[in-house]
Design a protein around this ligand. Structure first.
Ligand SMILES: Nc1ncnc2c1ncn2[C@@H]1O[C@H](COP(=O)(O)OP(=O)(O)OP(=O)(O)O)[C@@H](O)[C@H]1O
Ligand SMILES: [Mg+2]
Length: 258
């Protein structure tokens, strides 16, 4: 008799039959998937297939677009994040998001990272400790430690993106959603962010939306392939890239359409 398979650990985030409508158009179609804890999950697929919409639905950002309507369920550690008693602000702190273009504020490096902590009215020495730790976790501290009062807008694009990651980490999220976070960066800045993500995944679960198939292949543990709003296939990254089960996945990863 074969050994029973080890039970799958509970996912940190999951969707069940998740649909998003813009008017009568269904831009996400009954997507059910599970994001494993403390791993990197890549979400890939052609432009317009619904990647951004999917991750915006995963932390209730999609509600900031009143023209969109949601059906189905999103659970964080088993709890429905859209339940009436759940605050979207709390959801977005547990499930942080970083966008394609760095969204730094016209303030100092320090204040950019301290932003979420100021809302908590924390003591300054606690704020300072968290700012330093978050900059370290984002792999930026060594480059900026001499002058944390410098305007954040004077940083390079890659540094600004790591600053945004530090700001997201400062409030101690369990999940970090990254939407094409390296798309506007050069290969060296991209490599730094990928290294940092690999280190971070011991502590945070990461969902990485990327156009860059090579990036998904080299950084992620699990990959989800979306096509026209549907989840076509999801599985261990090595298997999905080496032996995709679906023709659509194969066509995409071999570059037969973009
Ligand atoms: N607020 C909205 N109102 C109407 N349509 C929308 C809205 N947001 C997204 N869409 C449509 O939904 C589809 C999916 O968009 P989404 O931004 O999720 O795609 P994506 O996979 O992230 O694309 P890209 O790779 O280009 O970023 C697109 O056709 C888009 O035009
Ligand atoms: Mg997008």
């Amino acid at each position: 008799m074969s050994e029973p398979a080890a039970p799958e650990p509970a996912p940190v985030l999951s969707t069940e039959g998740l649909s998003v409508f813009a008017g009568s158009r269904e831009i996400l179609r009954r997507v059910s998937l599970a994001v494993p804890e403390k791993k990197i999950t890549a979400v890939i697929g052609p432009s317009g297939c619904g990647k951004t919409t999917l991750i915006r639905a995963m932390n209730r950002m999609v509600e900031l677009s009143p023209e969109l309507r949601i059906e189905g369920t999103v659970r964080y550690r088993g709890r429905d994040i859209y339940a009436p008693e759940v605050s979207p602000v709390v959801v977005r702190r547990r499930i942080g998001m970083v966008f394609q273009r760095p969204t730094v504020f016209p303030q100092s490096i320090y204040e950019n990272v301290a932003f979420g902590l100021r809302l908590d009215r924390e003591e300054e020495d606690a704020v300072e400790r968290t700012v330093v730790t978050s900059l370290r976790r984002a792999g930026l501290y060594e480059e900026v430690k001499e002058d944390l009062d410098r305007p954040a807008l004077s940083l390079s694009g890659g540094q600004q993106q790591r600053l945004c990651i530090a700001r997201a980490l400062a409030v101690n999220p369990s999940v970090l959603l990254l939407d094409e976070a390296t798309a506007s960066l050069d290969p060296i800045a991209t490599q730094k962010i990928e290294e940092m993500l690999r280190e971070l995944k011991g502590e945070v679960s990461i969902v990485l939306v990327t156009h860059n198939i090579a990036q998904a292949a080299r950084t992620s543990d699990v990959t989800a392939y979306l096509h026209q709003g549907r989840l076509i296939e999801m599985g261990a990254t090595s298997e999905l890239f080496e032996a995709p089960r679906e023709k659509l996945t194969e066509a995409y990863i071999t570059g037969r359409f973009g």
